[in-house]
Ligand binder design. Structure first.
Ligand SMILES: [Zn+2]
Length: 104
């Protein structure tokens, strides 16, 4: 679903423990610089530094030292919904192009 250089729209800038949304703003478009599998879900590096130097996981409480402000992927949606749809179709092995039935 996510890939490097993809544009992502923030849909959840709520703050609160764990992978906080510091500096995120809902509706803003971010570029994805990095993707990783966090301990509980996919996390994105959208170019926001982690000022505290420490991150805590919201779901399990695990902490780590990092200068990257990893954000939970669920805080974003792809900017281009069509791209997302095409990727899903590719994964399912269905044709990407839509063929209109010919009218007799
Ligand atoms: Zn966790």
């Amino acid at each position: 679903m996510w890939h490097i250089d993809q544009k992502a729209v923030c849909v959840d800038d709520a703050s609160g423990g764990g992978f906080g949304a510091t500096n995120l703003e809902q509706g803003n478009v971010y570029t994805i610089f990095g993707i990783r599998k966090g301990c509980c879900e996919i996390e994105l590096d959208v170019g926001i530094p982690n000022i505290d130097g420490r991150l805590g996981c919201m779901c399990c409480g695990a902490t780590e030292s990092t200068s990257i402000g990893w954000k939970r992927a669920s805080r974003f949606r792809p900017l281009d919904p069509l791209e997302d749809q095409m990727e899903r179709l590719e994964k399912e092995g269905e044709p990407i192009e839509e063929h209109q039935p010919e009218i007799a």
